[in-house]
Write a new protein. Structure first.
Length: 105
């Protein structure tokens, strides 16, 4: 089985209430639970990113499509990773997921 990095982008505004926060977290828990042992690292949300340019300069602001979090998921193929990603609650909140195979070195 291969490992796939899921990089999350966007996902709407922060929850407006503790009840909404719980609803969102429960949805993530159900999604991860549906994948069982395929979840290698559920990951975390991330703060606003900065970019190191080829000349070494550091640029703040998150870039054109800043990452909002990540996970590491085991899947048999890109098609399998895609099928797993389609259940992510972030998609229902307007976010997107970038999928890349993690290559063992």
């Amino acid at each position: 089985m291969a490992k796939y990095l899921f990089v999350y982008h966007g996902g709407g505004t922060p929850p407006a209430s503790p009840a909404e926060h719980k609803e969102i977290m429960d949805a993530w828990g159900q999604w991860f639970g549906s994948m069982g042992a395929a979840v290698i690292d559920g990951g975390n949300p991330v703060g606003l990113s900065s970019t190191v340019k080829s000349d070494g300069a550091l640029v703040s602001g998150g870039g054109a499509n800043p990452a909002s979090g990540y996970s590491l998921i085991e899947a048999s193929s890109l098609a399998d990773a895609h099928a797993k990603a389609r259940g992510c609650p972030l998609l229902k909140r307007g976010g997107t997921i970038e999928i890349a195979e993690a290559i063992d070195m």
